[in-house]
Design a protein around this ligand. Structure first.
Ligand code: HSE
Length: 311
């Protein structure tokens, strides 16, 4: 196999209470990427469609992530990457993660899978570091593994794929303003009062338990973030109104998707999720801010090949 086309899904990081540790994989929202072997021993990016992003491999998250993998292997194999972006950078649904994780997934497959999906996570994190300055795994892990994932520890890295209930759907509104992850991280405080930490880790435990027991009410009760959301929500117009509208339309809970500006809500069932998306959209309809709406189930499949080309 010399060439691979892959689908690179969007992801929701943090999932309210789990800053930097929880993430989930969306279904049909995502980029495509074509990776092929070349004979010149170089890593190149020959085509980028949909967004204006750097072509130099060292300045592009896909290039940096793929290079980290090749260096770990000591491989001199050349690769060329084509990126077809549908996820807008700075949207909060894992644009850089889709490219970083997509590149390492495809390169690894074309090399005969020397690494497991779990082992690819640290390479993909190098792309995230280029994008935001932070080595966070809560987008790249669900993009690679599918479903929900929990980063139990960063040092050493320990990522667990969690159970996700089949009736759980996400509604997402993406206001067309850009919030850079690095900026959204710079507004955070470096220390957390114990009282807030207690609330937060109670909610993380409750959410994980709710996922396994398919207890949708418990999932809803746990979707609260008392640490990050109060600071970051100030960067997102009409945030509280969107949350209220989602709750009124039947959502289990809601929060900022990743570092924003997208806002997500989780619901039981697709019909409710559609109503929730509509209600979220209505909040923005007279705001003068353009927006995209998405409804997606939680995808069990992470990045996956679409077409493979065997010579
Ligand atoms: N956990 C990261 C953050 C996700 O919130 O900064 C960025 O998408």
């Amino acid at each position: 196999m010399n060439e691979l086309r892959v689908f690179c899904p969007a992801t929701i990081a943090n999932v309210a209470c789990g800053f930097d540790v929880l993430g989930l994989c969306l279904d049909h929202i995502g980029d495509e990427m074509v990776v092929r072997k070349t004979d010149n021993g170089k890593l190149s990016i020959s085509r980028i469609e949909g967004q204006d992003l750097p072509f130099e491999a060292d300045n592009n998250v896909a290039g940096v992530a793929a290079k980290a993998l090749l260096e770990a292997l000591g491989s001199e194999q050349g690769f060329d990457i084509e990126i077809y972006k549908k996820i807008k950078p700075g949207s909060g649904i894992g644009s850089s993660a889709a490219s970083s994780a997509g590149a390492v997934f495809a390169v690894n497959k074309l090399l005969g899978e020397p690494f497991s999906l779990q082992e690819l996570i640290p390479f993909a994190m190098e792309g995230e570091k280029l994008a935001s300055g932070a080595l966070h795994a809560d987008n790249v892990a669900p993009a690679l593994l599918g479903g929900f994932s929990l980063v139990r520890s960063y040092d050493p890295l320990d990522v667990i794929k969690l159970h996700s209930p089949s009736q759980l759907y996400a509604s997402i509104i993406h206001p067309q303003i850009e919030v850079k992850t690095a900026d959204a991280r710079s507004v955070l405080k470096q220390s957390v009062p114990l009282k807030k930490a207690i609330t937060q880790w109670g909610n993380v435990g409750g959410l994980v338990s709710g996922l396994y027991t398919e207890d949708y009410d418990l999932i809803g009760r746990s979707l609260h973030d008392v640490i990050v959301e109060p600071l970051r929500s100030l960067l997102i117009p009409r945030f509280n109104q969107v949350k209220q509208a989602a709750a009124k339309a039947g959502a289990l809970g809601s929060g900022i998707s990743g570092s924003g500006p997208s806002i997500f809500a989780l619901s039981k069932g697709e019909q409710t999720a559609k109503k929730v998306a509509e209600a979220m959209g209505q909040v923005y309809s007279d705001s003068g801010v353009d927006f995209d709406l998405h409804v997606s189930r939680i995808s069990h499949k992470g990045i996956h090949p679409i077409i493979s080309n065997t010579p």
